[in-house]
Design a binder for this molecule. Sequence first.
Ligand code: NAI
Length: 509
Amino acid sequence: MTVKNICCIGAGYVGGPTCSVIANQCHDIRVTVVDINPERIAQWNSDLLPIYEPGLDEIVFSRRNKNLFFSTDVETAIKEADLIFISVNTPTKTCGEGKGRAADMRYVEESARTIATTATSSKIVVEKSTVPVKAAESISKVLVANQKDGVSFEVLSNPEFLAEGTAVENLVNADRVLIGHNETPTGRAAFRELRDIYMRWIPKERIIGMKTWSSELSKLASNAFLAQRISSINSLTALCEVTGADVSEVAYAIGHDRRIGPNFLEASVGFGGSCFQKDILNLVYMCERLSLREVAAYWQQVVDMNEYQKERFTKKIIETMFHSVSDKSLAIYGFSFKKNTGDTRESPSICVCKRLLDEGANLNIYDPKVMDKQLISDLNRVTCNQEKVKRLVKICRDPYSAAKNSHAIVICTEWDEFKKLKYEDIFKSMKKPAYIFDGRKILDHDYLSRIGYEVYTIDTIRSNRSKNKTRESTEVSGKYLAKRNDEWYPAEVIQKRPVQDPNTFEYYV
Ligand code: NAI
């Protein structure tokens, strides 16, 4: 068999870009991406695609309705296909056995059932979704138990390693493509079919065949390793904060060790995205089920550290703003879990916003790509209080209006445009003291301090606070005030200088 017709079940962040790239690389293969969500399919067939990925629009617009199709007709696409990708979501279970940790395999199972009951000819079924080890075995069982006479299936594991925001680049220049297969003649034949498709644009040596279970575990392990690097560097931010070390310098030094390398060492408010937490929890759950308690505890710590980091950052905001953000306005810059995507799943910004809303802050949120509907639904879900979200949250169309009259700017996502804003103008429009909490360490903090901002980031406690000695200051009813930019601010006294002038002291504002 030579694959001429591909069906992909699931038109999401993985199915959409993956199949668009396949269609673009293989004009002679007909690729149909199907989904049970008609709204999503309508968006794929429109001018405004449901997901934002650099370079994706061009590919979709050039191949759509030529050899790339988006449809809700799942059954016809399955019948016509030689090879079927299962690319549906595998979220963390929210109820039942393994709740909060195990992967919810119901969509994968449903897809397998639909394939088995619909297919009238033999197919290669490729598990692209991220799944627990041995999921291919369960898929095979469902397929075999429901297959029609004369029809057979060969299941491959082909986990996806794309990263949102760089999906097209990752798919076109993949570091490696894993194909797990059965050690049988039919398993090896199916492996060759899929390998031949990828070989049209990926060098052969980067296409790695292996046992199915190894392939499944490799995906979970890759995400666990990547997230572990982020949690490791984030753990050091807390240490930097109390010792005065600079985490960027530390990361730079560590990354120059060729054994370690520089990637994934950027400290931040925490990692997000639909995969890291979900896949690690899945790994932890599997280890616990297999009585590997120490291994489970080791990986659980990666997720715990991430929670700690998000909480630590938000606590710092509240503490710094005189222990209260109630009725204050904060501009939130960025709501997606990282730059160049509109995806908000597990975004640290959601946690930060939730905590600030719990404290009664007014939030002016700006993100270049996140849809309003998504943002509001995320906040409604985490706060369980639609009235509060309606009252306290304003979605802004640009960063300038978000910051106007606000007390602070909180950088939650590392969008490049945040580095290029006119911070002098923004400063003038803000309440004073004007704070910036840089949760991604992307801004020029010295420059911002010179403008007059109080700048905080994840590894500094007060190094960016301006220490003043001689400017006008006074004590009113036991509280200290200091004058800066012609305005009085509450001040925290470090040392009084009564000898020279009883009203002069060293202070932080
Ligand atoms: P997604 O939620 O964006 O898309 C999944 C799609 O599958 C949804 O549109 C849903 O309606 C559809 N679907 C569910 N059940 C269906 C059924 N029975 N028939 C037809 N369509 C159905 O999910 P995403 O992000 O694309 O992830 C898919 C899988 O890929 C997950 O297992 C994920 O862990 C994995 N993955 C995700 C990456 C990412 O960056 N988002 C990267 C690598 C792997």
